[in-house]
Design a protein around this ligand. Structure first.
Ligand SMILES: [Zn+2]
Ligand SMILES: [Zn+2]
Length: 144
């Protein structure tokens, strides 16, 4: 893997370092109530799946926020690090952690129906409501 296919990032205090490999420059925004409560604003993150290495894991606390996912943060500085789909072991990592954000593009906004009225992004994106997201990603009840 050539160096330029790697993106490196860290939490505010530097105890946790994150390396992502592959092409993951599409930023998705989540306006859901939980993300906004957790980060005091909409979450802006990259879907990296399993293309991630985390150094300093003993500094990470994972909060199980739903039956299917947990949210990782640095227990020293509180930086939001990732949202992880537990079953699939699939990571969504926060864009703000990365030192170099060149080439990142705002592609999609989800839970647009939970966005408060006091802000709007001007970027042209694909927008989905919470119901549309669940319809797309949630397994049918008979497969749970
Ligand atoms: Zn930290
Ligand atoms: Zn959310």
């Amino acid at each position: 893997m050539p160096d330029d296919d790697r993106m490196t990032g860290r939490c505010l205090c530097g105890a946790v370092k994150i390396t992502v490999t592959g092409d993951h420059k599409d930023v998705g925004v989540c306006h859901c109530d939980m993300c906004r409560r957790w980060g005091s604003g909409p979450a802006m993150a990259l879907h990296v799946g399993q293309d991630i290495e985390i150094e300093g894991k003993d500094h990470v606390t994972a909060y199980r926020s739903s039956d299917w996912a947990e949210r990782g943060f640095c227990k020293t500085c509180g930086s939001n690090l990732y949202y992880r789909l537990v079953e699939a072991d699939s990571y969504v990592v926060f864009a703000g952690l990365f030192s170099n954000q060149d080439g990142m593009t705002l592609k999609s906004q989800i839970f647009i129906d939970e966005k408060p009225a006091f802000y709007d992004f001007a970027n042209e994106t694909t927008n989905m409501t919470g119901a549309e997201v669940f319809a797309l990603y949630a397994p049918p009840a008979d497969q749970e």
